[in-house]
Design a protein around this ligand. Structure first.
Ligand code: COS
Length: 381
């Protein structure tokens, strides 16, 4: 396996790095403080292609491969994990789903504005009673002539408060399990749709998250993505790609926390020398660097497997599990290296520590990743 980026992959990584350092870095601390959604920089991300990075050029995207995508999300997340998840959700959970399961007409209507950043997208699977047990959904879609009438509540929808289009999973019969599920494209300007309160969160505070409420919400049958009964597999297929995005986000947070710790350790003096001279600090930095490299290799392997066109469920779960737990560990140690300063909002490691926590929860908890991995490794040969 060749992990050396090609010229094109480097170019996309550098584009993302320059954008993150030039446009996002100046606002990252402030939007964490206010929890404000960064409309202006998200719009610019769309203009330079980052919101349609892996979408094919036929639908307004860049048509880049997954390795480029991983490198770009890491760069964005190093500076701001909120922008990282906005980019990941739009590319993986929204655009990819429409490109893979949508009709040509749906691609023109929904994918083109999403891939060019003229529209913001979201993905809605979770409900108040069903997070990990994703098939246990109760939001119903009842056919009425050429329409579906949707009723129910969805929760924890990333970009929900600002989305124009939401890939939403519903069921024709809540008692029928996987077999009655389907995906529909919700257009948020139709009557019967409301957004609940925006969640006040511990981290990724500039990424907006909310509940959705459907009361006799009507959409044409033409808004169904894929088949009736195919919703669960649709949700799982695109989550595999989403998990590579979250692994990359976790990697970016880890890398930023590590670099800040290394700089601080060289500058901060105690007992007559820079604290980088103490073995206690050196070992923390050594373990951070090693774990981050391992997480990066797993994430690149998942991306390369996807780029080869092979199934990557196992590789994505391993990458997401390891990179997210690494982000938790690395950011904890980063606070430790900084001592009292690490607990202060004066330095960014405090934000990295809070931002890292969600990566072990959303798009499948660490426990769900272990379950997916265990099912794969225990499969009869
Ligand atoms: N890709 C394609 N198909 C998949 C798949 C994947 N990654 N995972 C499961 N499927 C298919 C299975 O092959 C099975 O198909 P058949 O009925 O044809 O055999 C079907 O989907 C049902 O799969 P399974 O029996 O494994 O479903 P479970 O209800 O046991 O659920 C877990 C499996 C727990 C792994 C799944 O519900 C899950 O990932 N939950 C977490 C959801 C999540 O990430 N939520 C966060 C939302 S985004 S913030």
């Amino acid at each position: 396996m060749d992990f050396e980026p090609t010229d094109e992959q480097r170019m996309i990584r550098d584009l993302a790095r320059d954008f993150a350092e030039g446009e996002i870095a100046p606002i990252a601390a402030a939007i964490d403080e206010t929890g404000e959604f960064p409309y202006a920089t998200v719009k610019k991300m769309g203009e330079i292609g980052l919101l349609g990075l892996t979408t094919s050029a036929d639908y307004g995207g860049v048509g880049a491969d997954m390795v480029s995508y991983v490198l770009a999300i890491e760069e964005i997340s190093k500076v701001c994990a909120s922008h990282g998840v906005i980019m990941s959700v739009q590319n993986s959970l929204v655009n990819y789903g429409i490109e893979k399961f949508g009709t040509p007409e749906q691609k023109q209507r929904f994918l083109v504005p999403l891939a060019t950043g003229q529209a913001i997208g979201a993905y809605s699977l979770t409900e108040p009673q069903s997070g990990s047990d994703a098939a246990n959904m109760r939001t119903t879609a009842v056919r009425d002539g050429d329409d579906y009438v949707i009723n129910g509540r969805k929760s924890w929808v990333t970009s929900g408060p600002v989305a124009d289009f939401i890939v939403t999973f519903v069921t024709a019969d809540p008692k029928a399990g996987h077999g009655a599920t389907m995906a529909v494209m919700v257009e948020t300007d139709r009557p019967g749709f409301a957004r609940g309160k925006t969640e006040p969160k511990l981290g990724i505070r500039a990424s907006a998250t909310c509940e959705l409420v459907f009361e006799d919400y009507r959409i044409p049958v033409a808004n169904r993505l894929g088949d009736v009964g195919g919703g669960f597999k649709f949700a799982m297929t695109i989550l595999d790609k989403g998990r590579i995005g979250i692994a990359s986000q976790a990697l970016g947070i880890s890398q930023a926390a590590y670099e800040a710790s290394r700089t601080y350790a060289r500058e901060r003096r105690a007992f007559g020398q820079a604290i980088a001279g103490f073995q206690a600090i050196q070992f923390m930095l050594a373990d951070m660097a090693t774990r981050i490299d391992a997480a990066r290799l797993l994430t690149l392997r998942a991306a390369l497997t996807a780029d080869r066109g092979d199934r990557f469920t196992l590789e994505a779960a391993m990458a997401k599990l390891y990179a997210s737990e690494t982000a938790g560990w690395v950011t904890d140690k980063a606070v430790q290296v900084h001592g009292g300063m690490g607990y202060s909002k004066e330095v960014p490691v405090e934000r990295f520590y809070r931002d890292a926590r969600i990566t072990q929860i959303y798009e499948g908890t660490s426990e769900i990743q272990r379950l997916v991995i265990a099912r794969n490794v225990l499969k009869p040969a």
